[in-house]
Design a protein around this ligand. Structure first.
Ligand code: SF4
Ligand code: SF4
Length: 435
């Protein structure tokens, strides 16, 4: 989006980072210990303060947009822990996305970044029509025993990227029947709610979508899952591919009936992006859509669900785009605490990124691996039998590193645990959603 600006330095007028946002940084350094890449790399330029310094230097014309600058921004997870920590309100996520947008359009690339892995991920994950046949083949690979042979022979040994992608893959679930487009409310009717079924969530964690619908219906919502919905564009937004993001966002908005009361999301990264539609597409329809978006935990926290005993010990991991992107921390914990018999234990550094960060773990496997191992070390300390997290990327990353380190825990979305505890016999009989 072009803006009037007299001084853009190395940036052009199409979606430049906000000068006010850049100037808000007072260099206090409070964000540094909260930044995962600063913790791993220990470099000022790989900290939030360093990155803001670079972006501001470019905006003030003191440096060009160089491959070195691009590399420091590529290494950023986009986790937004710095936003939570910052007392000056630096909008780091939007500054990062805008700067990445400029770098991408101008073709400024860091040679150290694996752009092929990034392009591969962006050409695959947001496209259900491409993802479905690939996952069918991967399902065969896992169930035929081929995966065991490949792993035992170390066939993928020389191919580092392929090896890390293969290791990340959870067990591909059996093909499920498509979700019902309309699920009637049960009991006292609250209204009509649309559900974003996601790309990765839809194929790798279809049970999470099914559980979300079951819980929402039990809470009195008529749930609408539009068949025609595509990708929300979150991965493109975080990578700075702003035009592709806007195209996907516009299509998604059209797929949902504007008369819905709310739109619910059960993937933190997608929810965070949807809530920012009004910023990146400042028109009435996008702003109205964004205002209706809620994480599933926000909606369920406001509901009275009949729950029965589930005697398990759970550690909760804060997905970055829930805790930092949407400032949602209490609702998922409160929901888990409502389950009788469930013990919620404290996970240290619960809101430190696990290294997933969209497709970061495919593009920067070393740093992502370091963060994954740190997360598992913290999980091991808790003695929990289940780790809960509200984002499919976190579920995959944490499960992969638990497997690799021999830590036997179940990794589950909070809604899966709530659905497991849902006492169907206590829900008033199903009735027409139109009644
Ligand atoms: S978004 Fe995360 S990785 Fe990037 S600078 Fe902020 S805290 Fe560090
Ligand atoms: S906490 Fe905020 S103001 Fe302080 S250095 Fe970090 S970004 Fe700048």
């Amino acid at each position: 989006m072009a803006v009037e600006s007299a001084r853009l330095g190395a940036f052009d007028s199409e979606d430049p980072p906000s000068m006010d946002g850049l100037r808000a940084c007072v260099h206090c350094g409070i964000c540094l210990p909260q930044c995962p890449t600063f913790r791993v790399l220990g470099e000022e330029m790989d900290s939030p303060r360093g990155r803001v310094y670079l972006m501001r230097a470019a905006a003030e014309g003191r440096t060009e947009l160089t491959p070195t600058l691009a590399r420091h921004l590529d290494l950023c997870l986009g986790c937004r822990a710095c936003e939570t920590a910052c007392p000056s309100g630096v909008p780091f996520g939007q500054l990062l996305e805008a700067t990445r947008g400029q770098l991408a359009r101008k073709g400024v690339r860091a040679p150290e970044t694996d752009h092929r892995a990034l392009s591969f991920a962006l050409s695959l994950f947001p496209h259900p029509a491409r993802l479905a046949p690939l996952l069918g083949a991967l399902r065969f690979y896992q169930r035929s025993g081929l995966q065991g042979v490949v792993r035992s022979l170390g066939v993928l040994g020389p191919f580092e990227r392929l090896r890390s992608m293969e290791a990340l893959l959870p067990v591909v679930p059996a093909r499920m029947a498509p979700l019902p487009e309309v699920t009637p409310a049960r009991g006292r009717r609250r209204g009509r709610i649309g559900i974003l079924t996601g790309c990765v969530q839809r194929f790798l964690y279809p049970d999470v979508n099914a559980a979300t619908i079951r819980l929402l219906a039990a809470a009195g919502w008529e749930v609408i899952a539009p068949r025609g919905q595509g990708c929300c564009g979150a991965l493109h937004l975080h990578a700075g591919r702003l035009e592709e993001f806007r195209g996907l966002a516009r299509q998604l908005i059209k797929a949902f009936d504007p008369g819905l009361d709310l739109i619910v999301v059960n993937a933190a990264g997608c929810g965070s992006a949807l809530k920012e539609y009004g910023h990146w597409l400042p028109d009435v329809a996008s702003e109205a859509f964004a205002h209706k978006v809620r994480d599933v935990s926000e909606v369920l926290a406001d509901s009275d669900l009949p729950l029965r005993d589930l005697p398990v010990t759970v550690a909760y991991h804060d997905a970055c785009h829930l805790a930092h992107g949407q400032r949602i921390r209490t609702q998922p914990r409160e929901l888990l605490r409502r389950i009788p018999g469930l013990t919620l234990v404290e996970l240290k550094d619960a809101d430190l990124c696990c290294g997933s960060a969209g497709v970061y773990n495919l593009v920067e496997p070393e740093i992502a691996g370091d963060l994954g191992r740190r997360k598992v070390a913290r999980i091991r300390e808790t003695g929990a039998s289940i780790v809960a997290a509200g984002n499919p990327g976190c579920l995959m990353q944490i499960a992969q590193h638990c497997r690799a380190q021999g830590v036997e825990v179940e990794v589950a979305h909070p809604v899966s645990l709530l659905a497991r505890a849902l006492d169907e016999s206590q829900i008033p009989a199903m009735r027409s959603s139109r009644s």
